[in-house]
Design a protein around this ligand. Structure first.
Ligand SMILES: *Cc1c(COP(=O)(O)O)cnc(C)c1O
Length: 466
C-alpha cells in the first residue's frame, strides 16, 4: 500500500517573484526584501518548500546558516555594485540597462575559475566534447543536459554562471553516446562523475537514458560511477516519496549488481541538513541498494566556519554509514569576498574538528583548494629555520606525477586562495608552474590548429558543391 505523503513532500521551487508565498518570508522587512531583490539580479536564487519550512530557523535570520546558504545576502555584492543595481531598480531603469550593468558585475567576479573553460576540455578526434571535462587521469566529469539545475541554489556556488537565465556558458551533454566512445579510447578512466547542477533533479527515466549505455558497454575501464548531488540536503523526498523514487532505488541496485561501484557524493554543508526524519530515511534507503555515500562540503563563512559543526557533521555521518571525503576551500569566484575563510583559519577549523572525532571520520581530506594545477591541501602551518610556512600537498594533479608531492608557501594570515600564496625558502615559483604554462600554451595551440582545420574542411565542402 502506498503511504499517505505529507503536503510538504510535493516539490515546489520558489524564486524572487514567488517567495512571498513562503511562510517564512512574511517575517522579512521591506529593506530585507529589497536587498534580496538587488542581489538576486546578479546571483541565481532558488529555494523550495522543504528548505524553507524544515531547514531554515526563521527566528534566527539573518544569521541562520541555512538562510545564509540559500537566500541571497546583502554582503554578497560589494557596496559599489549593490548601489549600482539598487539605483537602477529604484528608478525603474530600462531592462537593457539593468542587464548591461549586471553583465559588467558578472565579468568582475571571475566567472570561470581554474581554467575549466579551456584546459579540461576533452576531444573526440577533432571535435570538442560538450558537457564533458577531463582533468585528472582516472576521472571524467559528465554534465547531462537535464541535470543542469538544482532543487535549491547555494548562495556560495562556484558554478553560479551556469544558472543565470541568460547563461551562454552552460556546458551540457544531450546523450552519453560520445562519452561511451571516449571511454573506449581512454581505458585509464576508472571513474565517471555525473555532476551539474544536480543530476538528481532528473527523473529516473532520464537518468537511466544516460546511464544504461554505460552499463552495457564493456570495452572500457570504468569501475565506478559517482553522482555528485545536494539532493539529500535539499530534497530527500527524491529517494523516498517522489513518484519514481522506487524506480530510482531499482536503478541504483542494477548499477551495483552490474559490478560497478556506485558512489553518491553527497553535498552536506551543515548538521541541520542531517537531522530531519526524511533525510535519515533517504540515506538508509540508498545504503540499502548497495550504493555508498561519501560526503563533501566547502568551508564557508556565515554557514559552517565553526569546528563544532564539522565535528558533529562527520561523526553523525559516520554513524549513518556515510564516509567523510573532502573539506573544500571556498573558490575564488562569485561572492567569495563574503564567504571565504583565510587558509590559516580553515586549517585551524579542520584540525580542531579532527582532534575530537574518531579515526573513522578522519578519512576526510582538506582543507583542499580545487585549483588549476590540481587539488592542493593545506597540511598545516610550520616553522622551518625561523621561516613560518604553509605545508601544502597536491592531493590530485593534472599530471599524475604531481600527486602527493609536498611543497611550501610563505605563511600569509590573510591568504584565501592558492594565487595569494608565494613560494617559501626563496624559491621563484611552485614546482608545477613551468608545466602549467606549457599545458596552457599547448591547449591554445591545439584550439588554433583545430579551428584552422575546421575552416579548411569548410572551404573544401564549398569547393565540392561549387
Ligand atoms: C575533485 C575532482 C575530481 C575527482 O578527484 P578525486 O580526488 O578522485 O575525488 C575529478 N575532476 C575534477 C575536475 C575535480 O575537481
Amino acid at each position: 500500500m502506498k503511504q499517505a505523503t505529507p503536503p510538504s513532500s510535493k516539490f515546489r521551487a520558489f524564486n524572487l517573484r514567488t517567495m512571498e508565498e513562503l511562510p517564512g518570508f512574511a517575517a522579512l522587512s521591506d529593506d530585507e526584501r529589497f536587498s534580496i531583490r538587488v542581489v538576486s539580479q546578479v546571483f541565481p536564487f532558488r529555494i523550495n518548500s522543504y528548505v524553507a519550512s524544515e531547514l531554515i530557523d526563521w527566528s534566527r535570520i539573518p544569521d541562520d546558516p541555512i538562510y545564509q546558504l540559500t537566500v541571497p545576502q546583502l554582503g554578497m555584492l560589494r557596496p559599489q555594485s549593490f548601489k549600482r543595481i539598487a539605483d537602477l531598480l529604484r528608478k525603474e531603469a530600462p531592462l537593457e540597462k539593468l542587464r548591461e550593468t549586471v553583465r559588467s558585475i558578472h565579468a568582475e567576479l571571475n566567472p570561470h575559475p581554474a581554467g575549466q573553460a579551456t584546459l579540461n576540455v576533452p576531444y573526440l578526434g577533432t571535435e570538442r566534447m560538450e558537457g564533458v571535462q577531463h582533468k585528472y587521469r582516472e576521472t571524467v566529469l559528465f554534465f547531462p543536459q537535464n541535470g543542469q539545475t538544482c532543487h535549491a541554489y547555494c548562495t556560495f556556488c562556484f558554478r553560479w554562471p551556469q544558472f543565470l537565465t541568460d547563461s551562454e556558458v552552460r556546458f551540457a551533454a544531450t546523450d552519453s553516446e560520445p562519452l561511451v566512445r571516449y571511454l573506449e579510447l581512454h581505458p585509464e578512466v576508472s571513474d565517471l562523475l555525473i555532476t551539474g547542477g544536480d543530476p538528481m533533479v532528473m527523473s529516473t527515466r532520464a537518468l537511466e537514458r544516460y546511464l544504461e549505455p554505460l552499463l552495457n558497454a564493456d570495452n572500457n575501464g570504468l569501475t565506478t560511477i559517482r553522482i555528485g548531488t545536494k539532493s539529500l540536503a535539499y530534497w530527500p523526498y527524491r529517494y523516498v516519496t517522489d513518484s519514481d523514487a522506487d524506480d530510482l532505488m531499482r536503478l541504483f541496485e542494477r548499477i551495483v549488481v552490474s559490478g560497478k561501484h556506485l558512489a553518491i557524493m553527497a553535498h552536506f554543508n551543515h548538521t541541520r541538513e542531517l537531522e530531519t526524519p526524511i533525510v535519515r530515511t533517504a540515506i538508509a534507503r540508498i545504503r540499502g541498494t548497495g550504493a555508498e555515500i561519501r560526503s563533501q562540503s566547502p568551508l564557508v563563512r556565515h554557514i559552517n566556519d565553526v569546528a563544532g559543526v564539522w565535528r558533529e557533521m562527520w561523526s553523525t555521518q559516520v554513524n549513518m554509514g556515510i564516509v567523510p571525503y573532502y573539506m573544500f576551500v571556498e573558490r575564488n569566484t562569485g561572492a567569495a569576498h563574503y564567504f571565504s575563510v583565510p587558509l590559516a583559519r580553515a586549517w585551524e577549523i579542520y584540525r580542531a574538528a579532527m582532534m575530537h572525532v574518531s579515526g573513522l571520520s578522519r578519512t576526510v581530506r582538506g582543507p583542499s583548494m580545487s585549483a588549476a594545477p590540481g587539488k592542493v591541501e593545506i597540511q598545516g602551518v610550520a616553522e622551518v629555520h625561523g621561516e613560518k610556512v604553509f605545508v601544502l600537498r597536491m592531493i590530485q594533479g593534472r599530471n599524475a606525477d604531481w600527486v602527493q608531492r609536498p611543497f611550501f608557501a610563505k605563511f600569509d594570515p590573510d591568504a584565501t586562495w592558492l594565487n595569494d600564496l608565494q613560494p617559501a625558502f626563496g624559491e621563484r615559483e611552485f614546482f608545477y608552474v613551468p608545466e602549467m604554462h606549457a599545458r596552457i600554451a599547448a591547449a591554445e595551440a591545439q584550439e588554433t590548429v583545430l579551428a584552422r582545420e575546421a575552416e579548411l574542411r569548410e572551404d573544401e565542402t564549398s569547393f565540392d558543391t561549387a
